[in-house]
Structure formats: structure tokens, C-alpha cells
Design a protein around this ligand. Structure first.
Ligand SMILES: [Zn+2]
Length: 480
């Protein structure tokens, strides 16, 4: 089927062949080629007319004579040929324009799907139904990148069929749409609204360039297309994906694949044009004091996973001037260091004395901490999707997961747990405090058993580090 570059090539050929030719006689052998045909009138109207110009809009040719626009659509296999005399032997010739010069222009169409329509001069572009619903021509002057992006952005349809319908831009038929999507690294089955500005811009540019290149090559001849001079195009020698199933992708050498999409054969590179899998698992890791969270985080990081550290975020928030100011107002200037920063130990000593004081502290810091954690998760999700990572997973190490009601932010929750004796031993060693003090700290926290009961996975960190790591590995397997 001729696409825009082929029709443009036909137009350019016709311009060389028929401009200035006066029509002596028109013979119509298959009426249905002409829409609303009054066979006699169609012929009579055109006799004596001179071909002045041939325009193209989308895949419509518009032959302009002194008084008429003759709209012609080649559909599947329509072709024009200029011959000397008339060749009535060819049963596929349905319309013949005989010229005063003795030559004639023949319209041939094996499948008989092509159509013509005669309209008053200079009206086709603005009135012909098939033409007025077309999108812009794929040229820098008429096809605007921002408008294009906005159209895609609001459209939830699948990108390839959407481009094929010619309403956003004309010229992308089944061959060229596969080519431009490959050039833009966009999967043909992607939803238009999921295409970001950068890919939209690439697609816009590729559309203009690819169609222009194909025109320069005289179009693409896959089966039957020949131009008005009877020549084939040569753009078929420049195709990257169309008809290249099994051939190495010119960019990454992965074999080109082919599938049916909305009834059309669709070619793409599975590596360059992956269908993004948007599911990123967000896993919360929590536990009690000295239950081995940081050891687990270190292990996950060493395995290449992203671990967002909620404590680190909390510390950064405590360095923000507006937060320092509010904390000072609530808890007094003694919580500040000489440099005017928060002394976390002193703040803890003042704030962690009663439920009421803790609530006061949380009211100041937690909203911003939550906002920042959620932003980091969203940012990391975006990164992993764009990188097309296979196992998309984000861990968030978050001590107060249950206390601050983060449950619904996570797909799965891992609780690291150990017995109280181990906890106390670890705290005593780490903080150099008494057993009683360590016990007090534990008692102030939500009991580990309560947390474990709410968890999807509980990992016992009592044993050796290697044993903890083995449990983490198994848990990961289950999650992925
Ligand atoms: Zn590739």
C-alpha cells in the first residue's frame, strides 16, 4: 500500500509528466472508482480542461485543472502511468485521460479500491471530508512539537494505532510508524499518555526526518508500488525494523521481533523498545532498637539494591533553619549547639520524657520527613522505570514504620527481630550504658512482637550475620 512518501513521489512524477496537458477525452471503465459518479458528467466536465498542478495532502492527490480539483486516493494498489496512445487491453485500467498531445494518463488498480472525486477548483483542501479531518503534514512548518506532546499526553490509546489514524500527524503508515518508533526507542504497545516529553520530541523529529528521507529515496517498494515513471522506490534498502524480523537491530544487535498489534504486523527491537513494566516494589524494613536494621541495609546495598534511609532523612530535616527555629521555640534554646544547630542528644533528653513531648516533636518534624521519604521513593521509582531494570525494588529502612503509620506506603514489610537479651547486650555494648537504661529504651518502643505480628516477613537477627543474610536472600526471592 502506498504511504505518504510514495504518494509524494507519484505527485512529483506526475508534475513532470502531465502539467500543461489538455484533456481531449475521459473514459471511465469502472464507475465505482469515481465517488457520486455521473459517468457522463465526470467525463464531460474534464474534457477541455488543462492540468495545472498536482497537490498532495496526506495520501490524497489533488489534480488541479482550470475549473476543478480532482481528488484521487490510490488506496491499496492504485497507479498512474503516462502512455503513448491508449492501451484498452489492460483490464486493470479503469480511467483513461486522453490528451490532445496524443498521450494518455491511465489509472490502473488491480484491487479497485482507489477513489476519485471531482470538486470545484480550490475547494478540496477545505471541504473534502477525508482531507479536512487529517492532522498536520509532517514538516517543521506545520507539525509542532509541543502540540504533538500535548496530544499524546492526554491520549490513553496505544501509540502505534493512534499514529496510524492520521489525526495527530499524517504520513505514518504501517512501515514508517514501525521505523519512527524504533528510532525513538518507544514500544509500539505503549500508551500515548505514558510517553514523556523527551521521547515525544524524539518521535516528532524522527517522523519529520524519516518521511523526508523516504521521499528523497523515492518511496518504499515492498510489493507493488511503482511511481508514475514506472520506477520502484529504494527506501526499502534503508529500513531498520520493518520486514526485518530475525535480523540484528542496527543499534544493539538484538534480533528484531514481530507481533500483531491492532491487526497490523508490528516490528520492534525487544531491547531498545521494551514495554516498561511500571511495577516497582517498595519494601519497608523496620524493627526495634538494635535489631540489626543497619546491618541488613548494608547487606542489601552491597547487593546493588537501593535502600532509602529514613533516619538519614530525619537528620537532614533537623538541619533545616525553619525546623531548628520551631524546635527552639518549643523546647528552648538548650537544645542548640554553640553553632546554633540541633544537639540531637539534648533534644532527645528533653523530648523523650513523655508522650506529650514526643507528640510535640513529631508534629514539627514528621510531616516534612514523610513528604521527603515519599518524594525519594517516587524519584527512585522513576529512575528504575527509565533504566528498565528487571527487578524493580526499593527498600526503605524506617524505624518508626508502624508508629508513624507508613504501612500503606509499602507493598511488603520486613521486620527484623531478635530476643530482648540480645537487644540489651547490643545496646549496652554500643552506647556504653547500664542494663537498666537499655531496658528503659526498649520499654519505650512499640513491642517487637506487635511489629512482627503486622509484618509480611520476620527475619531473626539473633544468630550470625551470615544467617541473617541467608534469610534476607530467601525473602528477596519470595518478593521478586
Ligand atoms: Zn536494539
Amino acid at each position: 500500500m502506498p504511504e505518504l512518501p510514495e504518494v509524494e513521489t507519484v505527485r512529483r512524477g506526475l508534475m513532470k509528466l502531465i502539467i500543461g496537458e489538455e484533456i481531449a477525452k475521459v473514459s471511465l471503465y469502472y464507475d465505482k472508482i469515481v465517488e457520486n459518479a455521473d459517468k457522463g458528467k465526470f467525463a464531460a466536465d474534464l474534457e477541455g480542461e488543462v492540468f495545472q498542478n498536482v497537490l498532495r495532502r496526506g495520501k490524497f492527490l489533488i489534480f488541479q485543472t482550470d475549473h476543478y480539483d480532482l481528488v484521487s486516493h490510490l488506496r491499496m494498489e492504485g497507479k498512474y502511468a503516462l502512455v503513448d496512445g491508449v492501451d484498452p487491453q489492460n483490464k486493470h485500467v479503469h480511467v483513461v485521460f486522453e490528451f490532445e498531445s496524443g498521450k494518455s494518463l491511465q489509472y490502473q488498480d488491480v484491487r479497485k479500491f482507489g477513489r476519485m472525486m471531482l470538486l470545484p477548483r480550490d475547494t478540496a483542501l477545505h471541504t473534502y471530508k477525508g482531507i479536512i479531518q487529517l492532522g498536520p503534514e509532517p514538516t517543521p512548518e506545520t507539525f509542532d512539537a509541543t502540540t504533538f506532546y500535548n496530544e499524546l499526553h492526554k491520549n490513553h490509546a496505544v501509540i502505534k494505532p493512534l499514529l496510524l489514524n492520521q489525526k495527530i500527524v499524517v504520513g505514518l503508515g504501517n512501515i514508517y510508524v514501525d521505523e519512527v518508533l524504533w528510532k525513538s526507542k518507544i514500544n509500539p504497545s505503549l500508551k500515548a499518555s505514558d510517553i514523556d516529553r523527551r521521547h515525544s520530541n524524539t518521535l516528532h523529529k524522527a517522523t519529520i526526518e524519516t518521511l523526508e528521507e523516504a521521499i528523497q529515496h523515492g518511496g518504499t517498494t515492498i510489493r507493488s508500488y511503482i511511481n508514475a515513471d514506472g520506477q520502484t522506490g529504494e527506501h526499502q534498502n534503508h529500513l531498520n525494523v520493518y520486514g526485518q524480523k530475525g535480523q540484528p537491530c542496527p543499534r544493539c544487535k538484538t534480533p528484531i521481533d514481530k507481533y500483531k498489534l491492532a491487526g497490523r504486523s508490528t516490528h520492534f527491537c525487544p531491547k531498545c523498545q521494551p514495554l516498561p513494566d511500571y511495577k516497582v516494589s517498595v519494601i519497608g524494613i523496620t524493627g526495634g532498637i538494635a535489631t540489626g536494621k543497619s546491618t541488613a541495609s548494608l547487606y542489601l546495598t552491597s547487593q546493588g539494591y537501593t535502600v532509602i534511609d529514613a533516619d538519614k532523612i530525619a537528620h537532614q530535616i533537623l538541619e533545616l533553619p525553619e525546623i531548628i527555629e520551631r524546635l527552639e521555640q518549643s523546647f528552648g534554646p538548650t537544645i542548640l549547639t554553640e553553632q546554633g544547630l540541633i544537639d540531637r542528644k539534648k533534644l532527645g533528653a528533653i523530648a523523650f520524657v513523655s508522650e506529650k513531648e514526643i507528640a510535640k516533636l513529631n508534629a514539627i518534624t514528621q510531616p516534612l520527613i514523610r513528604k521527603t521519604i515519599l518524594e525519594e521513593i517516587a524519584k527512585e521509582k522513576q529512575t528504575q522505570i527509565q533504566e528498565g531494570k528487571k527487578n524493580k525494588i526499593i527498600f526503605v529502612d524506617i524505624p518508626l514504620l508502624f508508629e508513624m503509620n507508613y504501612e500503606k506506603e509499602f507493598d511488603k514489610i520486613i521486620v527484623l527481630s531478635t530476643d530482648e537479651k540480645t537487644q540489651i547486650t547490643r545496646i549496652k555494648q554500643r552506647d556504653n550504658i547500664t542494663k537498666k537504661q537499655a531496658q528503659d529504651i526498649i520499654n519505650r518502643q512499640l513491642p517487637l512482637a506487635t511489629k512482627a505480628a503486622k509484618a509480611d516477613y520476620v527475619i531473626d537477627t539473633t544468630g550470625l550475620e551470615a544467617q541473617t543474610q541467608a534469610q534476607l536472600k530467601n525473602t528477596l526471592k519470595e518478593i521478586l
